[in-house]
Design a binder for this molecule. Sequence first.
Ligand code: SF4
Ligand code: ZN
Ligand code: ZN
Length: 353
Amino acid sequence: MVFLAGSRALTGILKCWRRALAPTGGRTLSTRCRYCGAEAVVRVPYAKLNLCAEHFGKFVVDRVKEAFRRYGMAGPGAKILLALSGGKDSSSLAYIMREISSSMGFKLAALHIDLGIGEFSKRSREAVENVCRKLGIQLVLIDLKRDLGFDLIDLIRRLRSKRVCSLCGVVKRYVMNAVAIELNADAVATAHHADDVLTYIFKNFVIQDYNYMRKLLPVNMGIPNTVATRIKPLYEIYERDLVLYAKHLNIDFVDMDCPFAKEEGMETVIRKFVEDLEARAPGTKISILRKFVKAHLGVQKDVEGYGRCSSCGLVSLRDRCSFCKLTEKCFGKPLGPAVREIIRQRFGDGVWA
Ligand code: SF4
Ligand code: ZN
Ligand code: ZN
């Protein structure tokens, strides 16, 4: 496992693991697994279950399968591109998707973007390469510096911008969509879990951004050859359960925060609020998510009003997409078409397994 001692994320993960192992305040869980009678190591309050490690893993996997059915995320034969950052959530997503791929009839490939953020990118890439090697998933690696001639640090310097995460978001979203379109993926799967989605739902309610809220549905339908369908297989999986799952399977992940990461104060408050609701009434998170989906049915609206970029042909709300505009500003020409060409040349349709 890729660990960096002392990082904030590691401390949080270990605390979470200890709490789940000793949910009664430090005492060992004395009950038995509901399914096999072995000693239980995890209590799942919202399902009222005590489980051994093996049945806990199965419980998580079954919940993801159920989410695929409930939300109609993808059907047999679907080619699903896994967006892997190297963190615990996306590494766990890869394991779960590999586990369910044969019974659900999915074909998988993975995408990782090396952003060129020093040690963080190096370790993230190693973690993704290890996971893909272990699981036999073909990795589509886009190394910004090698493939496009610039990395995130170059962009920040050229633009003298402090808005690092929004620049990073433009690049990641563009590359992810371009890869999915060029490889004919039926869907791109991201690792947003229940706690992420709920935090953004409440945050966007507070700032009254209802357009963004539609992006928080479990499925966002695409437009052929323009924008890929995006799905969130971990929609009903709690972050705590993902931590336990990753620990249980000894999954490789980079436990190091991006040096540019900073959680907004509002998000911290909302996460705590959501945790409190769940502690008072286990299952509240899932119930809110299902009500949210019901209230926002008609996911096709997600792509209403979208057109195509006049430079690269991919999705854009205006004449040209953000990536083409950004790269023209920095390098004198829009690089969207070059990105598409590189993907076409380097990776054929043979990446799916
Ligand atoms: Fe990119 Fe910001 Fe995430 Fe770092 S924290 S990977 S810069 S979006
Ligand atoms: Zn068991
Ligand atoms: Zn474009």
